[in-house]
Ligand binder design. Sequence first.
Ligand code: C5P
Length: 239
Amino acid sequence: MEKRGLLYEGKAKKLFVTDDPSLLWVEYKDEATAFNGEKKDNMTGKGRLNNEISSILFDSLHAGGIATHFVQRLSETEQLVKKTDIIPLEVVVRNIVAGSLKKRTGMSEGEELAPAIVEFYYKDDDLGDPLINEDHIRALQAATAEQVKELKKQALEINETLKSYFLENDLLLVDFKLEFGVTQEGIVLLADEISPDTCRLWDKDTKEKFDKDLYRFGIGSLQDGYSEILKRLGGAKHG
Ligand code: C5P
């Protein structure tokens, strides 16, 4: 497999084409951003931590029978994925109240949500990724009604698998964001990354935060938090 030209550079990752048109080469960067890029810093080691954690989580989903775009980890900061056309929606699943849900509704942080809540946000940096509903998705032609049904179904299945997996490692999966793509064959597949950049993860007992909120709100070391997650997920075996 050969890495070719840069296809796209995002806030946390670079995407390269390869000599195989169906595969992309992903490089996780050391840059941390928050609040739609308003806060930005270099964080040595973040790319490695997110690549390792994301690879472990994709492997755990595959073991649970859930297909994703992940093919293999290539190095400390790189992975190989299947090429998809990204659906312009962020799918957020919430098990516990935190973040923007708390702000929007006044519910108390830490309150359990059962069943889990699924939300859709329209992927558009200029608009600040607004919360939208299924009627907006139809009007925007961001996805078909059938795809929306599939996104919800897969997001809830992914939630069940990840929630159990994290709990086995003494972590609470508070909420997370997913992105999906469509393959050349028209299959909807989990894409992007699953990492402490895109999940809220708390200690099961103390509720200590180990995710990007440490950086967003300046309440602790991002590298220490992410290292703790990698350690709990058996990182040494994957390092
Ligand atoms: O900020 P909010 O509470 O809506 O975030 C919900 C979840 O989605 C959090 O785990 C957050 O890390 C993730 N998220 C993300 N990218 C965004 C917005 C939210 O990964 N652009």
